[in-house]
Design a protein around this ligand. Structure first.
Ligand code: FE2
Length: 426
């Protein structure tokens, strides 16, 4: 007897008309026409079944704080930073938790079941660390949350950062963060990378740095991050987030840099929604897009994921934490409209992001966790086209969110008809 049987779904790898059998929270069989009896059966009706969406770069401590204490009038990064500074003194553990838990509910509804969140450790009280550790624990049945100790005000630039970062790690924070481009000098940026990688190496932790989030083509901290990764034997355990300066770098230099990132097995997370709104901001025309070189990195064999970064916070007024919005924006900004590139954009918010977080037993394969999202679309590419309802969100074989199909009726030309946006082309 199966616990759950999902009938007639199309998989993200383009296999169509498959059934998925689940026992004890694991996928035990994927085949056409499974006839084993099951306690619960879901009719997939030819919709897409995918492993859950994953957000590998987010800020849960600031999320949903939009309007507190006031709205960002200019919409700029600088006013966003100022606003966060104004809000910080009045933060409480309960207020941060409340917003983060609300965000988790949005995530589950959107089929996003793993989030890597950075947490600002520049506040000596570490309130946000305490709040997010509680959220990680309370939501662990539903979402995998990884927390990155993020020295927002700089690691060397703010004197108490190392002490705070070590305290945060002692409390149970998972990943070592950094922000080398925000240190006072390039040399300090390099020194911060060396020290942070040492801390990760000594404690056997992963690293994820905000790196070169700048339009300055000479912001080259990713080179140091990659070389330190190799020197300290951290291959596959380090992520460079943003890397927007690479957009503006000299092409010859990048031709040397890409193989280095690949050699170090450094993962890359681009954040298209934020990069396209914050980068190139001081340019006249032509105006740079500012997102890192995603197609070129994928071609070079580098693992690239897309993150949401922000949802309704001082830096970004939009978003409902829908990773399909992120992939949709990512493929536009990177001009990834080729057939295999559109599939790659879907991978960037699923499998590639799982590799960044080093999630175990992730994937729509026999033996993996029965964590499955059924979208009201016929394929991964149609899901990007329509950004449809998540009809069922399943975690360890249990339905944890369900949504009725979207039906719009037209009352025109003296008749009533329903409208469908699906063309079923992919
Ligand atoms: Fe970020």
């Amino acid at each position: 007897m199966l616990d759950l049987l999902i009938k007639n779904v199309n998989l993200a790898n383009a296999e169509k008309g498959q059934d998925i059998a689940v026992i004890d929270g694991k996928i035990v069989e994927i085949a056409t026409h499974i006839t084993t009896p099951a306690q619960q059966t879901i009719q997939g009706n030819g919709h897409l079944a995918s492993a859950p969406f994953i957000d590998s770069h987010f800020h849960m401590d600031s999320t949903l704080s939009l309007g507190q204490p006031r709205l960002n009038q200019s919409g700029t990064l600088l006013e966003g930073i100022a606003l966060w500074g104004e809000l910080k003194p009045s933060l409480t553990v309960d207020a941060i938790k409340k917003r983060a838990l609300e965000l988790c509910r949005w995530s589950i509804a959107r089929g996003t079941l793993a989030i890597r969140t950075h947490v600002d450790i520049s506040d000596d009280r570490l309130l946000a660390v305490d709040a997010l550790l509680e959220v990680r624990e309370e939501m662990s049945e539903y979402i995998d949350i990884q927390i990155v100790a993020f020295p927002q005000d700089g690691f060397l630039r703010y004197a108490k950062s190392e002490q705070n970062l070590l305290r945060a790690l002692d409390k149970g924070v998972d990943v070592v963060g950094g922000i080398p481009h925000f240190e006072r000098t390039m040399a300090d940026g390099s020194a911060s990378i060396r020290r942070l990688c040492e801390i990760a190496q000594q404690r056997d932790l992963l690293v994820d740095m905000h790196c070169d989030e700048s339009d300055d083509p000479m912001s080259r901290h990713i080179e140091v991050l990659a070389s330190e990764t190799i020197r300290q034997g951290l291959q596959g355990r380090v992520t460079g987030s943003h890397l927007t300066s690479m957009h503006s770098m000299d092409n010859y230099y990048v031709s040397k840099l890409l193989p280095l990132i690949r050699e170090a097995q450094v993962h890359v997370v681009a954040n298209p929604l934020i990069n396209i709104t914050l980068q190139g901001r001081s340019d006249s025309y032509p105006k740079r897009r500012g997102m890192t070189r995603v197609p070129e990195m994928l071609e070079a064999g580098i693992n690239v994921a897309f993150g949401h970064d922000c949802v309704m916070d001082p830096w970004y007024s939009f978003g409902t934490h829908d990773m399909l919005d992120v992939a949709h924006m990512g493929l536009h900004v990177a001009q990834m409209t080729g057939m295999s590139q559109m599939s790659a954009a879907f991978e960037a918010v699923t499998n590639n992001a799982a590799k960044v977080m080093r999630l175990e037993n992730y994937g729509l394969q026999v033996g993996c966790h029965a964590d499955i999202v059924i979208c009201e679309a016929s394929s991964a590419i149609e899901a990007l086209q329509l950004r449809p309802e998540r009809l069922f969100v399943i975690r360890r074989g249990k339905v944890i969110a369900s949504t009725e199909p979207r039906v719009t009726k037209l009352h025109i030309q003296n008749t009533e008809s329903s409208v469908s946006f699906s063309k079923g082309l992919f």
